[in-house]
Design a protein around this ligand. Sequence first.
Ligand code: PLP
Ligand code: SF4
Length: 336
Amino acid sequence: MITASPSARLSPPAVDWREPWRDAITDARELLETLGLAHLASALPPGDAGFALRVPRGFAARMRRGDPRDPLLLQVLPQLAELDEAPGFAADAVGDLAAREAQGVLHKYHGRALLIASGSCAVNCRYCFRRHFPYGEEMAAAGQWRQALEHLRRDATVSELILSGGDPLALATAKLEELSRGLAGIPHVTRLRIHTRLPVVLPERVDDAFAAWLAALPLQKVVVLHANHANELDAAVDAACARLKQAGAVLLNQSVLLRGINDDPDALAALSERLFAAGVLPYYLHQLDRVQGAAHFEVDDARALGLLARLRARLPGYLVPRLVREVAGDPSKRPL
Ligand SMILES: *Cc1c(COP(=O)(O)O)cnc(C)c1O
Ligand code: SF4
């Protein structure tokens, strides 16, 4: 038997995921230069239009050099169009403020409670409602999850706990361990769902410690990834997905329908096929939340339905996502 002391390890220690996290590109000019697009810097909005650019280098490396229409670049690059006022586009587009029940807990739908586990993300997506909610005071992780766990304990109708954010995998694994210790005393919660973009944008996050935590959870596990375009998936993402699966998680994906990024049948079909190759099933295709600064991404409902019909005509049913919109006050996501 080999006893492994740290000095006897044969492979080099894995990179701590916090290093690529901290090393993300936060300067739009730098990103454009990296892509050979420095001439576009003059079209950047002042002050990143109030929502800082942030993109991990590994994700930027999947962008095509020299292509100003690259579907990954367009998800993260600040645009002048974000400054346009659009009627109907508001700061709180989905009624989050009304659904808050305890610190960091959103309880909108029967049986499922959602925790805003973290206010941070590895990437800043231009279409996201988070641009108006840094969620500084709304984090369930504050105070060792006490308020959130208390809420769950009192409500026996909740069988599924959803970790969302921000990105819940922005939390240290030790913080997640605190949560799972608290959940051990709440037997009516039988499922844990994690909504995260990190395995896609920073696959290093799915490290040994995290995989071990997930595998040891005595709950059913669902991980809902967030990718909008097939080009977001590469070999490192495949490996992260394989580890999540090995740890016993069912893998799903949600996307947002985004004009100029994935609003054509080829792009959507390629995304579904690529996800399946990584062991992930498409779950939701969201109509954009009508948040201020995102109007230029919107695809109207008639076109969205047309795109879905074309997807249905060329893919097996299990690769066709459900097209939905979130409407404040509804008892579920609303199918189109
Ligand atoms: C979207 C959402 C859910 C999950 O809905 P599913 O249809 O089960 O995926 C749960 N809670 C809140 C507050 C949500 O916004
Ligand atoms: S919450 Fe999700 S969509 Fe919004 S910025 Fe973070 S990773 Fe992007």
